[in-house]
Design a binder for this molecule. Structure first.
Ligand code: NAP
Length: 245
C-alpha cells in the first residue's frame, strides 16, 4: 500500500496508460480523480475503479486553464488533499514536417506541453502549501531521440523534460518533487493506430523484443509517486525494454 490515504489526479485517465496508472494507484490505497476530455469515458473508468469514495470522474480538457484548476479543486474538495499529479493526457497528429499543418503542430504542443505546464502549475499551488507532493509527467522516448513524422510530438515530449527539470528546481525546497517517465512502444489505442510495418520496425529496435504493457508504465509511475523515490526529483526514467539506450 504505497499510496495509502493519498489523493492522486490523473489527466487522460479514462483509458490506456492513464487508466492503468489510476488502477495501480487505487490498488495501493489511493483515492483518484480521473480527469479526461471524454466525460462519459471518465465516469465509466471511475466506476471500474470502485466509484465513490475511491474514484471521482471530472471532465477536463488539459489545454483549458479553468478546467485544470477546477479538476484540482475537485480533488481537494472531495478528498481533502492533492498528493500526486500525473500529467498524462496526450494525442498524436503524425505527419512528416512537409505535410504537417500548423494546426497539427499546435494541437499536439497544446495538449502535451501546455497541458503539462497547466497541470504542474495548478497542482504545485496546492502542494507547496501542503509542503509535500509528487508530480509525474509522461514524456516519451520520442522526446529523447526524435521520431520521423513526429516533429510536433517529439518537440512537446522534449519540452516536458525541460518543464520537469525547471519546476523540480523551483519546488524542491517546498517538499514537492517533479519527475518524468519516457515510455517506448506501449500497447494502447494510441499505438494500435500504427501501420503494421511501422509497428514491426519499432519492435525490431527493442532489445527485449516486445512492446510494453500500460501496467509496466504504471508501476514506474507508482514508484515516482510514492515515498519509495523520496530523494529523487528532476529525473527522467525510460520504460522502453532497452530501446534507444
Ligand atoms: P490513449 O490510450 O490515447 O489515452 C490518452 C487519453 O488522453 C485518452 O483518454 C484521451 O481522450 C485523453 N485526452 C486526449 N486529449 C486530452 C485533453 N486535451 N485533455 C484531457 N484528456 C485528453 O494514449 P496512451 O497511449 O495511453 O498515452 C498516454 C500518455 O502516454 C500520452 O501522454 C502519450 O503521449 C504517452 N506515451 C504513450 C506511448 C505509447 O506507446 N502508447 C509511448 C510514450 C508515451 P480521448 O480518447 O477522448 O482523446
Amino acid at each position: 500500500m504505497l499510496l495509502k490515504d493519498k489523493t492522486a489526479l490523473v489527466t487522460g485517465g479514462a483509458k490506456g496508460i492513464g487508466f492503468a496508472i489510476a488502477q495501480t494507484f487505487v490498488s495501493h490505497g489511493a483515492k483518484v480523480v480521473v480527469a479526461d476530455i471524454d466525460g462519459d469515458q471518465a465516469r465509466e473508468a471511475a466506476e471500474k475503479l470502485g466509484g465513490k469514495p475511491t474514484a471521482l470522474a471530472v471532465t477536463c480538457d488539459v489545454t483549458d486553464q479553468d478546467a485544470v484548476e477546477s479538476a484540482v479543486r475537485a480533488a481537494t474538495d472531495e478528498f481533502g488533499s492533492l498528493d500526486v499529479m500525473v500529467n498524462n493526457a496526450g494525442i498524436t497528429r503524425d505527419a512528416t514536417m512537409r505535410k504537417m499543418t500548423l494546426e497539427d503542430f499546435e494541437s499536439v504542443l497544446d495538449v502535451h506541453l501546455k497541458g503539462a505546464w497547466l497541470g504542474t502549475k495548478a497542482a504545485a499551488a496546492v502542494m507547496r502549501e501542503q509542503g509535500s507532493g509528487s508530480i509525474v509527467n509522461i514524456s516519451s522516448i520520442s522526446g529523447k531521440v526524435g521520431m520521423i513524422g513526429q516533429t510536433n510530438y517529439s518537440a512537446a515530449k522534449a519540452g516536458i523534460v525541460g518543464l520537469t527539470k525547471a519546476s523540480a528546481k523551483e519546488l524542491a525546497y517546498k517538499g514537492v518533487r517533479v519527475n518524468a517517465v519516457q515510455p517506448g512502444l506501449i500497447r494502447t489505442d494510441m499505438t494500435a493506430a500504427l501501420r503494421e510495418d511501422v509497428w514491426q520496425a519499432k519492435l525490431a529496435e527493442i532489445p527485449m523484443q516486445r512492446a510494453g504493457e500500460p501496467e509496466e508504465v504504471a508501476n514506474v509511475v507508482l514508484f515516482l509517486a510514492s515515498e519509495m523515490s523520496s530523494y529523487m526529483t528532476g529525473c527522467v526514467l525510460e520504460i522502453t525494454g532497452g530501446r534507444h539506450i
